[in-house]
Ligand binder design. Sequence first.
Ligand code: TYM
Length: 333
Amino acid sequence: MSKEIVVSGIRSTGNLHLGNYFGAVKNFLKMQHEYNCFFFIADYHSLTTHPTPADLHSNVKQVLVEYLACGLDPEVSTLYVQSDLPEIAELYLLLNMNVYVGELERCTSFKEKIRKQPDNVNAGLLTYPSLMAADILIHRALKVPVGKDQEQHLEMARQFGNRFNRLYNTELFPEPYAFNYGTQLVKIPGLDGSGKMGKSEGEGNAIFLADTPEAIRKKVMRAVTDSGPTQENQEKPEVIKNIFQLMSVVSSEDTVKFFDDAYNTMTIRYGDMKKQLAEDMIKFTAPLREKIEAIKSDEEFVSKIARRGAEKARESASATVNAARKAIGIRHF
Ligand code: TYM
């Protein structure tokens, strides 16, 4: 029996952070052995925020190197760069003919982007969900390992795929669903109290896999907290919940329990908690950082993986685009 298809990607707008790791990559590592997985680097998506041409390729390479350092195995999964598959751009165009401006304008991530970059509200930002749907539908994927922030995009991908099927009387696209091995999709908070760890959030918000121990200590010690509990066993405010949640992904259960008890008995010292959190983050990222450095220096190896991945991914992508063209009625003379 053929394995279920999985697709997921990460934008090439910078190094991977702990949110990317625990929201997405951690699932990739297990899924690659159980499913037919396609993992890619979303460089077209990164163009919506206008990176300079001088940075584009090195950012793509960095994400590929970090995928490999985390343990993605190019022998068992297909790793590729989005822009190496022109079929994705074609499917994006075909889908866009039946995607409505109104529904794109209502998308939460679009509204957020308008707020963040009011001087650059480009059509790529508006149609970001169609491009993401094309990424997923191009391999007819069923499962998409992503963090909580991508849930709405997945809903739109299902909608666009279903609409295509209905309009052209086909069953070409199955319904893709967001996937996590736990029952809930994950949202890793940032360090600045803003809620989500993200590349485009403020300075000091994210811990990157490639960060030095000094950088990690500095950022964690500056993490936003409050003035401490005023009653025993009180509910934790959001900023404190965030620190505990970060601790729960990198520290042992005993460590989390120790600080939880200290919070509940009002003996907690946030300085001690942050020191412990920083050391546990360093323990988690240090081996990855070493691997990143080692893999990065082997240019030929990295290039070979990208070329081979693109070749494998294009086989599946071109079959889908040909079927989509046929369903629409596009014929060659
Ligand atoms: P991106 O590049 O912002 O993030 C990549 C992956 O990391 C997850 N993630 C998080 N998870 C939990 N907590 C966080 N703080 C956190 N920050 C990021 C994201 O949910 C995502 O899974 N649009 C996507 C990239 C994309 C894609 C796709 C994903 C393009 N095409 C097709 C899946 C399938 C994005 O911007 O992710």
